[in-house]
Design a protein around this ligand. Structure first.
Ligand code: PMP
Length: 439
């Protein structure tokens, strides 16, 4: 008689097929679960706050496609808008009505900005904003912060040295050191280091680039004074300040961190929520800067699928749904509920941990408080404990980011019942990890 195969064995088949045809089985590295181990489930479909794999297991999703899905998966209004747009034509290679509509909505939420240019990915948005900053200032050097991620363009894949500003070292093979050398890396949360760099090199710096809410190395919440210092220094030295709001834009407030901090950057980059789950991103700023872009100015940047009508439709529907009364209050309430409950079960399990949170972005730091504000304060050995926890949670139907240093995203599709499932899975997972029975 033929032996019945377990669903885990069949799931492995799907993953092995993926590995045979795509490097690491993925289109983006972190999806391979290397930091937590095990074969990642292959996703078949998703709706609301839940993912379903090819074997029919369902998971409460705390990743939300890494940020875009603030309304949840397959939100009816977004699906409807995308379907309608698709019927009207998939791509025109010309300005379309939906592009204008989304541009107007974006500028209404970022009133400091007067023009927006659409691109397809966050990487492209930041890369283009840097070219514009260099073109506008005639300077080559850029500044980024240790722990901030801005996509995979050459000049931004650089390691930081410890403590003080260092010359960038390439973080990836294939990035020439000559290119990385134009990137200065500073520590977050450190006004003195920024002062010192500007005193030395202020006249060579085209722009300072920062995630105003750094959310790619845990959630490293910055002090308003630090961000304000960057505004003062850049202004004093004729450099531009670029807020990378690919994650925080529309997520923490309609106008992102630009709205919450009241600081006026020179350029903002957006992505993720902007495309409502489809590929759309943008950069925006004052007219005097943005009009330096081709065709009006000398800075060239272009894209066959930029401003794609179907992606624009998803963005419009997403921003319109977010503009309904009470949405941000609801996200805050869900975030607060998860933070409180997680803190409770972690404390009860005597797990050294602190929960960092802004609105619907939640990060579980497996170290004692206070929550770190700089990458050098993040305890890297929490990663092993996280990996064990991740495996236990996945087995209990909770899909957490497959890295200790990635945040969780809640959506308007999450309910208290979903959060209860998550918290109860955490309780059991913590007990299983320590070998004690869950109470
Ligand atoms: N900037 C930030 C702040 C991001 O979080 C990301 C992606 N996580 C990017 C840029 C790059 O965006 P994309 O993956 O769409 O290229």
């Amino acid at each position: 008689m033929k032996k019945q195969r377990t669903s885990a064995e069949r799931a492995n088949d799907d993953w092995q097929r993926a590995e045979r045809v795509m490097p690491g089985g993925v289109s983006s590295p972190v999806r391979a679960f290397r930091a937590v181990g095990g074969a990642p489930p292959v996703v078949a479909s998703a709706s609301g706050a839940e993912l379903r794999d090819t074997q029919g297991h369902t998971y409460v999703d705390l990743v939300g496609s890494w940020g875009p899905l603030i309304l949840g998966h397959a939100h009816p209004a977004v699906v409807e808008a995308v379907t309608r747009a698709a019927r009207d034509g998939l791509s025109f290679g010309a300005t379309c009505a939906r592009e204008i509509e989304l541009a107007e909505r974006v500028l209404a939420r970022y009133p400091f900005a007067e023009r927006v240019r659409f691109v397809s990915t966050g990487t492209e948005a930041v890369m283009s904003a840097i070219r514009l900053a260099r073109g506008a200032t005639g300077r080559a050097r850029i500044v980024k912060f240790d722990g901030c991620y801005h996509g995979h363009s050459d000049g931004l894949l650089v390691k930081a040295g410890s403590g003080l500003a260092t010359f960038g070292q390439p973080d990836s093979a294939g990035v020439p050191s000559e290119i990385a050398a134009l990137t200065e890396v500073l520590p977050l949360d450190d006004e003195d280091a920024a002062e010192e760099l500007f005193a030395r090199r202020g006249a060579e710096i085209a722009c300072v680039l920062i995630e105003p809410l750094p959310a790619n190395s845990g959630l490293l919440v910055q002090r308003g004074e630090f961000l304000q210092k960057l505004r003062t220094l850049t202004q004093r030295h004729g450099a531009l300040l670029v807020f990378d709001e690919v994650i925080s834009g529309f997520r923490v407030a309609p106008g992102g961190m630009t709205e919450l901090t009241g600081i006026r950057p020179d350029l903002v980059t957006l992505g993720k929520i902007l495309g409502g789950g489809l590929p759309a991103a943008a950069y925006l700023g004052r007219a005097d800067l943005m009009e330096k872009l081709a065709p009006n100015g000398p800075v060239y940047q272009a894209g066959t699928l930029s401003g794609n009508p179907v992606a624009m439709a998803a963005g419009i529907a997403t921003l319109d749904a977010l503009a309904e009364p009470g949405t941000y209050e609801r996200l805050e309430q869900l975030g607060s509920e998860l933070e409180t409950e997680l803190a409770r079960v972690l404390a009860r399990a005597h797990e050294p941990a602190v929960v960092a949170r802004v609105g619907s972005i939640v990060w579980l730091a497996l170290q004692r408080g206070p929550a770190p504000r700089a990458w050098s304060h993040v305890e890297k050995d929490g990663a092993q404990r996280y990996a064990a926890l991740h495996r236990e949670l996945l087995a209990r139907g909770v899909w957490l980011a497959p890295s200790a240093f990635e945040v969780a995203f809640l959506s308007l599709a999450h309910t208290s019942a979903h959060l209860e499932r998550v918290v109860s899975a955490f309780e059991q997972a913590l007990a299983a990890k320590s070998g004690a029975p869950a109470r």
